[in-house]
Design a protein around this ligand. Structure first.
Ligand SMILES: [Zn+2]
Ligand SMILES: [Zn+2]
Length: 88
């Protein structure tokens, strides 16, 4: 089951686990966190790679280092982004 908890705008940023891709803050169950708003998504049934894929938490590729973002934040930055590449 997939659940997004988005109840607060002051969510605490948790550190990425050592050796994991950015945004993975817990395992068993896997938890991925948005580096923009701090929203977390938790999932315990699929592999980590599948979970990351299905979470739709991605990087804004024009802003290296901006961190992994949830679909909501990503939509917002892409809408505001001057690069056409982003909108395709
Ligand atoms: Zn977000
Ligand atoms: Zn962009």
């Amino acid at each position: 089951m997939t659940e997004i908890s988005n109840t607060s705008s002051t969510l605490e940023q948790r550190p990425t686990l050592p050796g994991k891709v950015d945004g993975i803050v817990a395992l068993d169950p896997c938890v991925i966190q948005c580096r923009s708003c701090g929203v977390t998504l938790e999932q315990d049934r699929r592999s980590l790679a599948t979970f990351i894929l299905l979470s739709r938490f991605r990087f804004h590729t024009c802003q290296p280092g901006s961190g992994r973002m949830c679909p909501t934040c990503l939509d917002a930055v892409i809408a505001a982004c001057p690069s056409r590449r982003c909108k395709s």
